[in-house]
Design a protein around this ligand. Structure first.
Ligand code: THF
Length: 274
């Protein structure tokens, strides 16, 4: 995971102090790219312990088209609590756009799987969570936006594209806004996992996960944490095993994922900016 450490160092050295919506303050750069060859191990940060359980349940929740946090809470996942209304709703966020864009029965995930199986040279294999018609009004509380049919938050990982060459499936994500300490380790593992799942159900080997950033920032209250992390030596990457029986992208269950040889340094706590 040198790519991740290089990103932290790059932002510390070249970033600009910048104010942000949450009022926390950040150091930020605009535009950056990382690439992970998924055949070389599962790209999970090793210089702090990352909570895979939250990542897997969140991804299954996105794929189910679910946008209420009840399912996450039932499985002990708290990462979306801050933004939900009192019924647990987040409005039309990721899952809704992936599976049911504008309530028009547009299922981008099923469409992509179809295209990957039948026309893998296509240059149109994109999934967009970025939907201008549901953008929230920043001056209003999350719950009021949700009550008005808007998303609680605009998507951070906005859209992604698949690519097949030499029998290998690659995926590139454009992330418009990236919380480097807390969110990015989650985002890398989540899309790496999604790429592996799509590759398995479509019959491809895994290629690269390419992670492209817009505003990549370190929050001012994460500075000590990232310094501690940089002082640690990265360890060998773990391996992710998927249950090979699953051939339907919507058929995966939590127990179908097994992470092997993950020996991270201890967890580092950090507050999430809301
Ligand atoms: N807002 C901000 N400020 N940062 C983000 O990373 C972020 N997201 C999602 C939406 N808004 C965001 C939410 N994803 C954690 C991890 C991911 C999140 C939100 C919070 C978090 O607190 N992680 C802790 C605890 C892990 C756990 O309990 O499982 C950690 O130490 O990793 C990015 O898409």
């Amino acid at each position: 995971m040198e790519q991740y450490h290089d990103l932290i160092k790059h932002v510390l050295e070249n970033g600009t102090e910048k104010h942000d919506r949450t009022g926390t303050g950040t150091k930020s750069v605009f535009g950056h790219q990382m690439r992970f060859d998924l055949s070389k191990g599962f790209p999970m940060v090793t210089t702090k312990k990352v909570h895979l359980k939250s990542i897997v349940y969140e991804l299954l929740w996105f794929l189910n088209g679910d946008t209420n946090i009840q399912y996450l809470q039932e499985n002990g996942v708290r990462i979306w609590n801050e933004w939900a209304d009192d019924k647990g709703d987040l409005g039309p966020v990721y899952g809704h756009q992936w599976r049911n864009w504008n309530n028009e029965e547009i299922d981008q995930i099923s469409d992509i799987i179809e295209t990957l199986k039948n026309n893998p040279d296509s240059r149109r294999m994109l999934v967009s969570a970025w939907n201008p018609s549901v953008m929230p009004n920043t001056n209003k509380p999350f719950s009021e936006n949700v009550a008005n049919g808007k998303a609680a938050l605009p998507p951070c990982h906005a859209f992604f594209q698949f690519y097949v060459a030499d029998g290998k499936l690659s995926c590139q994500l454009y992330q418009r806004s990236a919380d480097i300490f807390l969110g990015v380790p989650f985002n890398i593992a989540s899309y790496a996992l999604l790429t592996m799942m799509v590759a398995q159900v479509c019959g491809y080997q895994v290629g690269d996960f390419v992670h492209t950033f817009g505003d990549a920032h370190i929050y001012s209250n994460h500075m000590e944490q990232v310094e501690l992390q940089l002082s640690r030596e990265p360890r060998p990457l773990p391996k992710m095993k998927l249950n090979p029986e699953v051939k339907d992208i919507f058929g995966f269950k939590f127990d179908d994922f097994t992470l092997e040889d993950y020996n991270p340094h201890p967890h580092i706590k950090g507050a999430v900016a809301i």
